[in-house]
Design a protein around this ligand. Structure first.
Ligand code: VG1
Ligand code: CO
Length: 549
């Protein structure tokens, strides 16, 4: 037993506790947090442990094992070398029926000694712990006075060899983190259709793809799946070695950070599909010929519109869809087409858990490149890429042609997200509170703006969510301005950053017949209005965003 003092900053954000590595390096910091997890009731007796391979994960894994073993936990399932994608962790929890998972990742945040580290906690359904749970956990971290751990100088547990062992009363399984997840995906998709697409048949040429693993956790998964199982050449996978600092890259799959993928696709028109993953493999980006960009909202809608072409959903049917509030409503149109419900949730995968557990939805997604389905309780980058390949194989069509066809049928939802990273926290808070005060007054309602007054403000406020299963309310998840006919502006502060504040601005609009406009041009009036109403430049001093998606 080690006496400790509590830290005041262990409240998890949108997805886990994320801080600079140096914060986690403080004595007792990791142990306090893990002991607090183990102090939650009902007590976890079996856990999955793994992560995205970033700097300091190896040290943290040993600390976690030490605390878990000293707490006499009965079973630990640890990924070999600690390498485990977030969706694969969700698969293991569900298949091995553990009480939860500790996933070491800060996802898309940069790594290395000066980068970020994170600890996500998932519950027995395989999904991220919901708000009420993380709030109770935060309370526990504030009242902690001691933790248990093995004696100092106890040798490290070897996690480099697959097999079973035990330690005191704890059974330890070191498992291959790749195998179970890919086997699960094989039960969903038609791998023969995808193999024909990638390898070619007597009548068709092989289709060239390029998959950028961004030096995150996905390298081993992508190599095994696309090369060993589906027959793509090894050259189809780039940045496939998990590196502690992601090779200095920012493992966020967007047009700004996945530069190598974008450049190679622009240079080689023979590459018909590109994909990139984030650090922990739950998010993905889809590109078509010439680096044609598919917005995540469109990707979600196109997958949902074509679910009948995927074996699992064709056989079992599908129940409904969901999207996060800032995500474009493209998927709502698909739900309506099928006569299904489309739920709208706050940002963060944890809000989909209840809907999936109660079989209200089959597929859901967020504008931040995360899409997933009922098969696990996490967003799943590989699942999304396979869904595209499966449907492309079915129709023998490319990414661009599938997307244009979708727009022709449903109209096009234009979407842009502007991220202003590392702004001053106080200034950003002030901007948001002033904005919320203005939006609550409703004084903008009725105001016309834009070229030839193309928009009229119809509603303003701060988004509140009513969970239809738990019947609870979650408040203040995005300051919004809705406009007729179809414009929407949302502002929110990111809950995944480790320093300063990231302001996210989301813009959406819809056109039934203008299908080939430049999104930034199309959304320019909304952008100008959003910037003037929020006084973003005045408060934060920022005139340009860090990233535009
Ligand atoms: C971001 C995304 C959100 C996503 C979350 C966790 O949150 O916007 O959609 O669920 O990251 O994803 P925020 O609060 O920074 O906007 V991951 O792949 O970083 O676990
Ligand atoms: Co992630």
């Amino acid at each position: 037993m080690v006496l400790t003092k509590h830290f005041r900053d262990q409240r998890p954000g949108t997805s886990g506790l994320r801080k600079r590595v140096t914060v986690f390096q403080q004595p007792h910091y990791v142990e306090n947090f893990i002991q607090s997890i183990l102090n939650m009731e009902p007590k976890a007796t079996s856990l999955v442990v793994g992560g995205d391979g970033r700097y300091y994960n190896d040290v943290v894994i040993q600390k976690i094992l030490s605390v878990c073993l000293a707490n006499n936990i009965s079973r630990l399932i640890i990924a070999k070398d600690g390498i485990l994608s977030t969706p694969a962790a969700s698969t293991l929890v569900r298949e091995m029926k553990t009480d939860g998972a500790i996933i070491l990742t800060a996802s898309h945040n940069p790594g290395g000694p000066k980068g970020d580290l994170g600890i996500k906690y998932n519950l027995s359904n395989g999904g991220p712990a919901p708000d009420w749970w993380t709030e109770e956990l935060f309370a526990k971290t504030c009242e902690i006075t001691y933790y248990r751990c093995l004696v100092r100088n106890c040798p490290d547990i070897d996690i480099s060899t697959i097999g079973n062992t035990s330690f005191g009363c704890t059974k330890i399984d070191i498992v291959d983190g790749v195998y179970n997840h890919i086997r699960l995906l094989e039960s969903i998709f038609d791998f023969d259709v995808i193999r024909d697409l990638l390898v070619g048949t007597n009548e068709t040429k092989p289709m060239k793809i390029l998959v950028d693993c961004m030096n995150g956790v996905m390298g081993p998964y992508a190599k095994h799946l696309f090369v060993n199982i589906l027959g793509a050449p090894e050259s189809s996978i780039i940045n496939a070695t998990p590196l502690e600092d992601f090779g200095g890259k920012h493992p966020d799959p967007n047009l700004t950070y996945a530069t190598e993928l974008v450049e190679r696709m622009k240079a080689d028109p023979e590459i018909k599909m590109g994909a990139a993953f984030d650090g922990d493999g739950d998010r993905h980006m889809i590109l078509g010929e010439g680096a044609f960009f598919v917005t995540p909202g469109d990707s979600l809608a196109i997958i949902c519109a074509n679910l009948k072409r995927i074996r699992h959903y064709n056989q079992r049917g599908f129940k409904g869809f969901a999207r996060s509030f800032p995500t474009s409503p493209a998927v709502d149109r698909v739900a309506q087409h099928f006569g299904l419900s489309c739920y709208v949730t706050p940002t963060g995968w944890k809000y989909f858990g209840n809907l999936l557990d109660h079989e209200l939805i089959s597929v859901c997604g967020e504008e931040s490149f995360g899409i997933g389905s009922e098969h696990i309780r996490e967003k799943d980058g590989l699942w999304a890429v396979l869904a595209w390949l499966n449907v492309m194989g079915y129709f023998s069509r490319g990414v661009k042609s599938m997307t244009s066809e979708h727009w022709r049928q449903f109209g096009r939802d234009y979407f842009c997200r502007y991220d202003y990273e590392e702004c001053d926290s106080k200034a950003s808070d002030k901007m948001m509170s002033e904005l919320n005060r203005l939006l609550a007054k409703k004084s903008l309602v009725g105001k016309k703006f834009g070229h030839q007054d193309r928009y009229k403000v119809s509603e303003t406020g701060d988004y509140n969510y009513h969970d239809p299963v738990e019947r609870t309310f979650t408040l203040n998840h995005g300051s919004y301005i809705k406009c007729v006919p179809n414009g929407k502006i949302v502002f929110r502060l990111s809950g995944t950053g480790s320093t300063g504040a990231t302001v996210r601005l989301y813009l959406t609009d819809f056109s039934r017949d203008k299908l080939d406009e430049d999104p930034q041009e199309f959304l320019k009036d909304l952008l100008d209005f959003a910037l003037s109403v929020s006084k973003l430049a005045e408060f934060t001093g920022r005139t340009e965003p860090t990233v535009i998606t």
